[in-house]
Design a protein around this ligand. Structure first.
Ligand code: NAP
Ligand code: G4F
Length: 326
């Protein structure tokens, strides 16, 4: 259902999982939506193809400050959602400097651009539970100390503090959402939930027999991306800028993920999953479980999809044609 507002929003990372869901939400709320898209040798529009004609795409890259200034001048946004990042943890160990440039310093480029040409715009930064890293207490909330365990986590922590500093030093309405893992049929292939869902689909179709994974003991607090982008939007509708943890409060191991996903297709995971040390990380985040009480109390936010529902949706979508992703 579409409502009407005169607001404009700029979304970086619009071709990613969250960008596509957030663009849908903002369009439904009546926003004029601009999406920042970087140049790549082969464009990657499949998650937003169904929004063609409703979104305005602007060229830009978090590595190139002048492109960010141009995108802000062109879109004149009331709200800016920074979802762009090199977001895959293992790649951050292989390309730490690139990850830091995009995921860390890129956020400062965007904040500085905002400060110069659109200081009234409200700003959302996509922070992450990876910043908690080696946790000393559970569940984690807004007061939990940080101990990142990857170049990605370190870069995100820099961006988190750059966002808070922009708020405290320059008075920007800038907030940081500390989101725990969130997934969907639009999740990238390399992340464990999608790797398992698509692995199950291939095995169920007789196209493969085995799925090779890393650490099965790690636990994550997995929610649905569609629920989590609503929390981003709610954060920018508040009277005061504040940071929020967004999580389901339930945690499951990768092993439990496998059991649920294979069972959905009538398969026994133990007959197909092989542990492959090449997928383990130089430093691991062993457990994450969030406490989103502040979001529940102040934003009225609650997750609507639980672990089983999420896994079933992803496995079913992986076994169905791509049109089912819309
Ligand atoms: P994603 O699917 O990996 O999307 C990342 C987006 O960033 C893509 O649109 C990508 O464009 C874009 N991008 C990458 N490098 C860029 C650059 N140099 N300049 C401009 N754009 C660039 O990530 P996601 O899962 O939607 O997550 C959205 C954000 O939330 C990310 O910042 C992520 O780190 C953060 N986060 C995610 C989770 C989660 O569980 N999903 C949890 C906490 C925080 P291409 O399409 O061209 O690659
Ligand atoms: O799905 P993952 O790659 O997600 P990870 O590392 O938790 O990061 C995701 O969530 C963060 C929020 O906490 C985001 F900030 C980040 O951008 C990204 O979206 O791995 C989840 C767990 C890890 O413990 C990993 O070691 O699954 C374990 N795992 C076991 N086998 C595997 C595999 N992960 C991947 N990707 N591939 C495997 O074969």
């Amino acid at each position: 259902m579409s409502s009407s507002t005169n607001k404009r929003a700029l979304v970086t990372g619009v071709t990613g999982q969250d960008g596509s869901y957030l663009a849908e939400l903002l369009l439904d709320e009546g926003y004029e939506v601009f999406g920042l898209v970087r140049k790549s040798s082969s464009p990657n529009p499949w998650r937003i193809a169904h929004l063609e004609g409703r979104l305005t795409l602007l060229p830009g890259d978090l590595l190139d400050q002048s492109s960010l200034v141009r995108a802000l001048l062109e879109s004149r946004p009331h709200e800016v959602y920074n979802l762009a990042a090199q977001s895959f943890v293992p790649t951050s160990f292989e390309q730490p400097v690139h990850t830091t440039e995009v995921t860390g310093v890129g956020v400062l480029r965007l904040l500085e651009s905002l400060r110069q040409v659109a200081p009234e715009a409200r700003f959302y930064q996509a922070s992450t539970s990876e910043m908690f890293g080696r946790v000393e207490s559970s569940p984690q909330d807004e007061r939990t100390p940080f101990h990142p365990r990857s170049p990605y986590g370190v870069a995100k922590l820099y961006a988190h503090w750059a966002t808070i500093n922009a708020r405290e030093a320059y008075g920007l309405f800038a907030v940081s959402g500390l989101l725990f893992n969130h997934e969907s049929p639009r999740r990238g292939d390399e992340f464990v939930t999608q790797k398992v869902a698509r692995g199950v689909a291939r095995i169920a179709a007789g196209e493969a027999r085995e799925l090779r994974l890393g650490n099965l003991d790690a636990t994550r607090d997995w929610g649905h991306a569609r629920d989590y982008v609503r929390a981003m939007w709610l954060m920018l509708q508040q009277d005061e800028p504040r940071d929020f943890v967004i999580a389901t409060g339930r945690t499951h191991s990768v092993r439990e993920l496998c059991a649920a996903a294979f069972a959905r297709a009538g398969l026994d995971w133990r007959e197909h999953v092989t542990v492959d040390a090449s997928f383990t990380r130089p430093a691991e985040v062993e457990e994450l479980c969030g406490d989103a009480r502040r979001a529940r109390d102040l934003l009225g936010w609650r997750p609507t999809v639980g672990f089983e529902g999420l896994v079933h949706e992803m496995v079913d979508a992986a076994r169905a044609p791509r049109e089912a992703l819309r």
